[in-house]
Structure formats: C-alpha cells, structure tokens
Design a protein around this ligand. Sequence first.
Ligand code: FAD
Length: 332
Amino acid sequence: MAISEYKGVWVFAEQRGGEILNVSLELLGKGRELADSLGTKLTAVLLGDQVKDIASELIHYGADEVIVVEDKLLKVYMTETYTKVMTKVINERKPDIILMGATAIGRDLAPRVSARIHTGLTADCTSLEIEEDTKNLLMTRPAFGGNIMATIICPDHKPQMSTVRPGVMVKMERDECRSGEIIELSSELTEKDVNVEIIEIVKEEKAKMKIEEAEVLVSGGRGLGKKENFATLELLAKELGGLVSGSRAVVDAGWIDRDYQVGQTGKTVRPNLYIACGISGAIQHVTGMEDSDLIIAINKNSTAPIFEVADVGIVGDVEKVIPAVIEELKAL
Ligand code: FAD
C-alpha cells in the first residue's frame, strides 16, 4: 500500500480503571489541530474491559470517532495483549499519525507497536507540527541532554508515531454538544495470548495531587540551602492553594520526592503561577516550566538565567523574601 493512502490522526486513549488519563485528552487537543491541518479525521482508540461508556468523553474532547475494543483480557494493561490488538487495528485501518502519552504504559507499548508495524517512533516529543509542503509530521524533542532540540521526520514509513510527555499539549474545552461515531471492534484475543499472570495489583498511595495538575506551584532549588527549608515553601504553597515542586538538584539531594521534580527528566508543568525559589534556571529545568502563565523568580544572583524566563524577578535571599511574602498573604 502506498504511504499516501495512510489517513487519519489517531490518539491512543489511555485509561486506568475506566478513567481516561489527562495526557490522552491533551493529545486529542493536539491531534485535533493536526487533523484539521491535514483535512482528515481524529480517531481515539480505547482498549479495555467495559470501557464503551467513557468513549463519548473522548468525543467531547475533540475526537471525530472512537474505536473501542472491549475484552476482559484487556481489563489490565499487559504488553502482549495491548500490542497485539493495537497492531491488528493499525494494520487493518492504516492511520497516518499515531500519538501516545509518554507514560509508563505508552513508553512500553509504542516501541513494540512501531517495531511490529515496521515504522519509526519519536519518543518524548515536546512539539508536533505539520510541515506545509510535504505534510510530514515534524516531531521535536530535546536531545543531547537538552542542549539541542531535534526535529525528526519519518518520511518513508507510515504511520508516523510519537509519544508526548504529560502536560506538554493543551486539551480542548470539553464540549458535550460534540458528536461522533463509536466503532466497536473485536479483539480476537484468546487466553493463549495472555503470557503473564497478575497475582495482585498494589496501588501506590498518592496523598497529594500531581504537580502537572496544580494551578500554583512553589518550586524550590538548591538555593534553599537545606531540606528543612522546604517547610517554608509548604506554607507559601498552602497560602496560595498550590503544591511544592523542585529542581533535580533538590531531588538528587533527597530534599523532595522524585514525583515532584520539574524539568526534562521530571515533569512538564504549565500552572497559572510558578514561583521559582533559589533555582538557577538551567535549560533542563526551564524546558519543564517555561509555558507557565506567570513565572515569579526569587534568586540572590541578579544574573541567574531563571530571570530570563521570569515575568517577575525578585533579587533577594529566599530565607528573607518567602517569609515576608507569607506574612503579606496572611494579612490580606
Ligand atoms: P543550582 O544550579 O545550584 O542553583 C541554585 C540557585 O540558587 C543559584 O542560582 C543561586 O544563585 C541561588 N541561590 C543560592 N542561595 C540562595 C538564597 N539564599 N536565596 C536565593 N537564591 C539563592 N534539572 C532540573 O531541575 N530538572 C530536570 O528535569 C533536569 N534534568 C536534567 C537532565 C540532564 C540530562 C542533565 C545533564 C541535567 C538535568 N538537570 C535537571 C540538572 C540541571 O542541569 C541543573 O543542574 C539543576 O536544574 C540545578 O538545580 P538548581 O537550580 O536547584 O541548583
């Protein structure tokens, strides 16, 4: 089949326990844009057990149609079953572009699917655009430790596949008036396809909200001096109804958990307000937070690179500035 015959933009709609992940909704937002510029359909692909009821949600977030494959063997993600079903559906329908979240599941599934259908995969993209002349997908991702941004194309094979980290793309406004088609397909799986036995699923207790979902982040860097000073950041975050995050330096020092790291090897965040406290502004950190709506930086060094991306810069000692800000907020 000629590669020009591959049509449509697909988003793998990742769900856990019947709940669609935010990253999949974000990819639908980007997918909508790509599909519109190619004049093609946006399709969400939903695999699971008894998941049909949530398919309309994907339409509300931008999909024209949803391919649903329900099977009790798809209830829990397993590499082999999901790879087999995705490969089958792709081979039958031949989409032009496939997007998946760079989550634990997406990172497991995407390379296997791409190998089986003999196409390329660009992982961890931060930008996706359609090249005007060729209609190729331009997939941009950080490379060489974040020192360059590499734009990759896959011109000789289809589909063009990409994974995108959570928090990078923007989801559309939910619109209940949007309508679309729901296409049910059979998985054709048998018990023989299941080569793993799941004995028990232990859910990690996550007391806090995820930093990718917070509207306000108070982020601490090595300039805080010691782990104990994060308590002051917690107080400020509490006053603002936000969460505390940090740079990799403080994660490596054991001052905060890795789940709260912002940056290239951490999370990409886009809060309404990002307060960088004692963070130098290394490119690997900035990559993860530069799209925040309002960035306030507090640093004692007036030439710190963080001030280049900050909307408001405060040159000062975090140990003095943060308690003063908390006092002001309490007085409001
Ligand atoms: P520093 O660079 O040490 O900066 C501390 C800042 O605090 C300085 O600007 C200083 O002027 C200021 N300061 C000191 N004392 C005070 C005070 N009392 N009051 C106010 N300001 C003060 N980093 C990330 O954050 N996220 C990532 O995902 C990430 N991924 C990486 C991936 C790779 C492949 C590599 C090579 C590096 C990565 N890094 C990442 C590390 C990154 O390069 C920086 O080393 C790191 O971000 C520095 O953290 P920092 O700003 O907290 O510390």
